[in-house]
Write a protein that binds this ligand. Structure first.
Ligand code: 3HC
Length: 701
């Protein structure tokens, strides 16, 4: 029976009812799908002509989970758990036929079936934890019964996708097929007719070493950086071994419902939808990307080599140009090193490496760039060097070749002018290090650039599987501009009675991946120092200077990890407190009248948040980005901002802008000129507005 309005259709084949869901794009288990499945199952189970059932999906994937857009709205029966109950308790064999990805509720549905047949290229997983949730339809209770507590703990708390072969090895699925999934699933279901059915909920959990479980749980909590869902997931998995199946299901359901309502899950759902929305830049709606197959990279230092590797991973022909034969040889070694590391970690196969090497040329012949569709300059961060390169590029490459700079701070308008006659082709592509790993790319479109050139850079980043955030030209673009502001607040804290360890710990407690001084040591103190020198002429003379302590460290040759000492000292790679730095910092305290009894971590967190949001408000008001979600994603993906806070702009809306404004006024009162609240923040706070009202619209909850 097929209802034309239902996303579910059933057909009978050799006594097997094949129930097919068709709910594009990813067969999310929304209300209509659950209701349709329930009806189709009931009628198949009641039909004497049906002796077995296969559940499968049309389109690109098996069910990718519950419909995330329904979270936060009143839930409509039938609940997924009820559908899964009906499946598990059925007296006819029911088999899941999995292609694409069986995720979250989709995976849980498969676990409730009596067997699972999977295509060799398909993946399964329980990614709810990444949305601030835990599986809510039996995933934490059925998974341990199939594969044991330790393996279940890993899947549920990491949210990782597991390939078909590994899923078979673990015992999550029963049969892997190379082709003809539906046929194989029907045969499998028919082979189970008349045999005792294996109901996952009735299996007993294999014995587990309690101490090993507890140790793994501690490691997971340590890595969670303040995120609640992994901690709750551990408890839910643990309860599968201590409570009977029904009790465990109920406990899981209650925890799930609590998490759905939590601020953290709302924030992570915002981040999920924002990641998809950011790839549709409204400014480029009418632009057409140029064709792209050959990409040049100038410079094979750390950044250039990483970019080359990312381009090779993206299937492009890559030509890397260095100054001379020696530098080219060193560049080649660097890229080989990245390949070797990828091989060791299992991210790359030997065949994959050999295929990539065929697409790579490393040369000192600049003229080879004339055959490229796009060139990325990743040379030394110096305006004179960049200008010379762009002047040469304008000569060597034909009109229409996109010329991109990977600068992180320098003025792209000035760089574009150096490419005389070719300003329309010049854009910025700001990759983050290591470029083959980090997903964020700031795609910078100067006013002089042709929209199609910008769209080409944007399309390239997408092709590489990156998250492109489109922004306009300004000092530091989005991420480094915001970082430069809040880093000053952290530096003031040192002058005013705090030690680097205290500041870093306070901000790590806020959820940042790494405190600002640990990051400064990693990046090199000389980078920020040279920026301070460059901007010295334009600095507001009224504004308090924050760079005195780092300037002193640079003067002493303490440039960070690369010299073994910066804000900390480093022994065999391990970071240690350094009494020498403490003495230097203390020597500043008499000047500011401060002492080390005054440090207040929570006050610092509020100041840093206010300053991030304030700068974000300026960036929005200047039209540097189109939406607040662009800023949120830059901070989350490039600067270790905790995704469970949703990004600074989302968090500001959630807290309420009057509070953020009050915090910013406190910053202004404390630090004076240069720290005035942004007009947009003041305006929105006054009118009870939200940044999201400015055209975000990505998050339905
Ligand atoms: N609910 C609602 N919409 C979803 C969705 C879901 N579970 N999964 C994806 N979508 C939407 C996306 O927002 C996107 O919409 P858009 O075109 O309007 O932007 C569209 O489907 C396509 O998604 P992608 O762009 O991400 O497509 P990809 O092919 O790159 O990836 C995917 C497909 C791997 C399935 C990826 O979308 C994904 O990881 N989805 C989320 C899976 C997930 O987290 N499932 C768990 C949900 S919670 C749950 O199941 C609770 C349960 O335990 C009770």
């Amino acid at each position: 029976m097929t209802l034309s309005t239902s996303p579910i259709a059933t057909r009978l084949e050799q006594g097997c009812a094949v129930i097919t869901a068709n709910n594009p794009p990813v067969n999310a288990l929304g209300h209509a799908v659950r209701a349709g499945l329930m009806a189709a199952l009931r009628s198949a189970l009641a039909d004497p002509a049906v002796s077995s059932v296969v559940i499968t999906c049309a389109g690109r994937t098996f069910f990718a989970g519950a419909d995330i857009r329904e979270f936060g709205k009143p839930s409509q029966p039938p609940h997924l758990g009820k559908v899964l109950d009906l499946i598990e308790q059925a007296d006819k064999p029911i088999v899941a036929a999995i292609h694409g990805t069986a995720l979250g509720g989709g995976m849980e549905l498969a676990l409730a079936c009596h067997a699972r047949v999977i295509e060799a290229t398909a993946k399964v997983g329980l990614p709810e934890v990444k949305l601030g949730l835990i599986p809510g339809a039996g995933g934490t209770q059925r998974t341990p019964r199939l594969i044991g507590l330790m393996a279940a703990l890993d899947l549920v708390t990491s949210g990782r996708h597991v390939g078909a072969a590994e899923a078979k090895e673990l015992g999550l699925v029963d049969h892997v097929v190379a082709a003809d999934l539906e046929r194989e699933a029907i045969d499998y279901a028919r082979s189970l007719v008349g045999k005792p059915l294996r109901r996952t909920g009735e299996l007993s959990i294999p014995a587990c070493d309690q101490a090993a479980f507890d140790q793994a749980a501690m490691r997971i909590i340590g890595r969670a950086r303040g995120q609640l869902s992994p901690r709750i997931a551990i408890e839910a998995v643990r309860s599968s071994a201590t409570a009977p199946f029904r009790g465990g299901l109920m406990a899981e359901r209650l925890l799930f419902q609590e998490l759905v309502r939590s601020d953290q899950s709302r924030a992570l759902r915002h981040a999920f939808f924002a990641e998809r929305e950011v790839q549709r830049a409204p400014q480029l709606a009418s632009a057409t990307p140029r064709s792209l197959s050959r990409v040049g990279v100038i410079g094979a230092g750390t950044m250039g080599a990483g970019i080359a590797m990312a381009l090779l991973d993206g299937g492009l022909m890559v030509t890397v140009v260095e100054n001379d034969a020696d530098a080219a040889a060193r560049g080649r070694e660097r890229i080989d090193g990245l390949m070797a590391r990828a091989l060791r970690s299992g991210r790359l196969s030997e065949a994959g490496r050999d295929e990539r090497l065929k697409r790579l040329t490393v040369t000192d012949d600049f003229h080879q760039l004339q055959a490229m569709d796009l060139v990325i300059e990743a040379a030394f961060e110096d305006m004179a060097v960049k200008k010379e390169i762009f002047a040469r590029l304008a000569d060597v490459t034909p009109k229409g070749t996109v010329l991109a700079t990977n600068t992180s701070y320098l003025d792209i308008n000035e760089i574009a002018r150096a490419a005389a006659g070719r300003e329309a082709d010049v854009i910025g592509l700001h990759f983050f290090s290591p470029a083959n790993i980090m997903r964020l790319v700031e795609v910078v479109g100067p006013a002089s650039a042709d929209k199609d050139a910008v769209a080409t850079g944007f399309a390239l980043a997408r092709r590489l599987g990156k998250l492109p955030v489109l922004c306009g030209v300004c000092e530091g673009f989005v991420g480094n501009r915001i970082l430069a502001q809040w880093r000053q607040i952290a530096e003031f804290a040192l002058e005013d009675g705090a030690l680097p360890e205290e500041v870093d710990a306070a901000l790590e407690a806020y959820g940042l991946a790494m405190g600002p001084f640990a990051v400064a040591d990693l990046a090199g103190l000389d980078i920020a120092a040279s920026r301070r020198r460059r901007l010295a002429g334009t600095r507001n003379p009224e504004a308090r200077y924050s760079g005195a302590i780092p300037d002193k460290l640079v003067e002493l040759g303490r440039l960070g990890q690369k010299t073994g000492a910066g804000f900390y000292r480093y022994e065999n790679g391990a970071r240690r407190s350094d009494p020498e730095v403490h003495a230097i910092i203390r020597s500043f305290w008499p000047h500011t009248g401060m002492s080390d009894t005054l440090f207040d971590g929570e006050l610092l967190q509020r100041r840093i948040r206010a300053v991030m949001v304030n700068e974000g408000a300026k960036i929005l008001a200047e039209g540097i980005v189109a939406r607040p979600l662009d800023i949120d994603l830059v901070l989350i993906h490039g600067y270790g901002f905790p995704a469970w806070r949703g990004g600074p702009m989302f968090e500001a809306d959630a807290i309420g802008l009057p509070q953020i404004l009050a915090d910013m006024e406190e910053v202004h009162a404390r630090f004076g000129a240069g720290w005035e609240p942004a007009p947009l923040l003041k305006e929105l706070a006054r009118t009870n507005g939200r940044f999201a009202d400015l055209g975000d619209g990505s998050s339905p909850s």
